[in-house]
Design a protein around this ligand. Structure first.
Ligand code: KPC
Length: 526
């Protein structure tokens, strides 16, 4: 369907996208100026990286084309990944509060029969095309970017791509084809019905799980596991590494980790660290998993009953076609090797988003796309994502940036810790209603040990903030600014932080607590 001279509204886009998704034979969606098939760059993949890269290039006066196999832009984020994850995590937070306060205050008695994984999956599925529709509409009508959707691209050579029966020429190719969940080849039974990952969960779940075993200890494992468990589906996580100590995460403070993982256990989740999956065993009669066999850290093998196995082992990019057609270098971790300008080893070929090293997070996807475009358009710009703020969800929101206490102590002579609750030998902090913060006020006044954790790591000599670590709610926005401030060449001192205007207690708690100490010429812990 050629939409170039049409202007579908959001409802019309939703209908076209739903129709295209439902019909494997549906036709490509063309928003192109067919008179001129030559582009500054073809973006192979229109996820967050491709969409933002193309939009930036267009804004700079360039001519990008996006090609995507899906009938919508935005990629896996709104379709199978970040958006459902955020819905589920928000549900987990609400469910957790409703469970702790069941029949207290104005909370009704918690009715576990109303908490359904399947219902939330369906809620997401019924609404997801509206985000897709907006991405298509905005990219065409407001960002003036050409695209071919619902058509798989074939890379012919470094300047030629075919899709939808047409041939497109470009000075550059930007590869942003995303990644897929890892399925380990050596665990029998993972191909059985009843085994899911975050993609098949939303695409295929057709029953209400009652007992979950998660294989892997990734962020996805923790986030989805916390959600499943909050609905009442008792969940066991089977992880080789201790949670939050997987290779993909950096700068995880041990006290923060203890609070977060301890909080999961406090809520009844079983977390088996140092454990390995052996097999998933089926139930022929019901067409679901029956159990998972697991080797514990002790070496003992146990069989865990389950009707729902969920894989949370990370993701790998889709590189085969590009490697074969272009000869781009792939690293030992399966990611495309790029420099800080997102250039591969092949001139004119860039790679972005989940295809390259680093966290598979939105900021890296979007900024790597923009970096590729700005370099293509002649700017001399590097994007270094070796340092970044990070977050994950359990039933809490966990946010961190910069050095941990241990990293700071290893590097510096004098490290000052500002923490809530404070660490003071013998002080009965379980009775302390602090942090008293956004989203934890009710906890603070009735279940204080559930009200979160905050730690600021400061260089006692330069007075610079080195790291911040937070478990609670509502801190992500503050942490993106904290990240910018502490990584500026001049950094951020405790004195500057203590002079900011706080709007609430949390995470502006760091502001308040810094102000209590900034007057001291020689800093001390708090
Ligand atoms: C609805 C939403 O913002 C999440 S989907 C984002 C896709 S994109 O804007 O292309 O990064």
């Amino acid at each position: 369907m050629d939409v170039r001279d049409r202007h579908p509204n959001l409802g019309e886009w939703i209908e076209l996208i739903e129709r295209s998704l439902a019909d494997p034979e549906s036709e490509p969606i063309l928003n192109i100026d067919a008179d001129d098939p030559h582009y500054d760059a073809v973006f192979v993949g229109g996820g967050a990286g491709g969409r933002f890269g193309a939009a930036y290039m267009r804004a700079m006066g360039g001519r990008p084309l996006i090609i995507d196999a899906w009938p919508f832009l935005g990629g896996s984020c709104p379709h199978q990944a970040c958006v459902p994850h955020h819905i589920f995590s928000e549900a987990a937070e609400e469910l957790d509060r409703m469970r702790w306060f069941s029949d207290e205050l104005f909370f009704p008695k918690f009715d576990p029969s109303r908490a359904s994984i399947l219902e939330l999956v369906r809620l997401f599925l019924n609404g997801r095309a509206s985000a897709h529709a907006f991405m298509n509409w905005q990219t065409k009508e407001q960002l003036d970017v050409e695209y071919v959707l619902n058509a798989r691209a074939t890379i012919v050579d470094a300047h030629t791509v075919t899709a939808a029966g047409r041939t497109f020429h470009a000075d550059n190719l930007v590869l942003g084809m995303g990644a897929r969940p890892v399925v380990p080849p050596d665990v029998p039974g993972l191909d059985r019905p009843g085994v899911f990952d975050f993609v098949s969960l939303v695409e295929e779940l057709g029953y209400e799980p009652t007992r979950c075993v998660i294989i892997g200890g990734s962020k996805v494992a923790m986030e989805y596991g916390a959600f499943f468990h909050a609905t009442g589906c008792d969940t066991t996580i089977v992880s080789r590494s201790p949670l939050m100590r997987t290779r993909a995460l950096h700068h995880v403070d041990e006290d923060l980790r203890q609070y977060v993982v301890g909080g999961m256990r406090k809520r009844g989740m079983e977390i088996l660290e140092g454990a390995h999956p052996v097999s998933v065993n089926g139930d022929g009669a019901r067409g679901r998993a029956r159990s998972a066999t697991v080797r514990l850290s002790s070496g003992e093998e146990v069989e865990l009953e389950t009707d729902f196995v969920f894989l949370g082992l990370g993701e790998r990019p889709n590189t085969a076609q590009a490697q074969q057609a272009l000869g781009i270098d792939i690293g030992a971790n399966g990611r495309v090797v790029v420099d800080k300008r997102m250039r591969t080893n092949v001139p004119g070929i860039y790679a972005i988003g989940d295809m390259i090293d680093g966290p598979m997070e939105m900021f890296k996807a979007r900024k790597s796309g923009v970096t590729a475009s700005r370099n293509i358009m002649g700017e001399d710009l590097e994007f270094d994502f070796s340092e970044f703020p990070d977050f994950l969800h359990t039933t809490y929101e966990v946010t961190w940036v910069g050095l941990t206490e241990a990293e700071a102590r290893a590097a510096l002579d004098e490290v000052i810790i500002i923490q809530m609750p404070p660490y003071v030998e013998g002080l009965d902090t379980p009775n302390l209603p602090l942090p008293c913060a956004e989203g934890t006020m009710l906890y603070a006044f009735s279940k204080p040990e559930l009200s979160g954790f905050q730690k600021l790591v400061v260089d006692g000599v330069t007075r610079k903030v080195l790291g911040a670590h937070h478990c609670g709610y509502g801190a992500k926005d503050a942490f993106q600014y904290l990240d910018y401030l502490i990584h500026r060449p001049e950094g951020l001192t405790i004195d500057e932080l203590g002079w900011m205007n706080e709007l609430f207690l949390n995470p502006e708690h760091f502001v308040q607590l810094s102000r209590l100490r900034a007057g001291k010429a020689s800093l001390t812990h708090l």
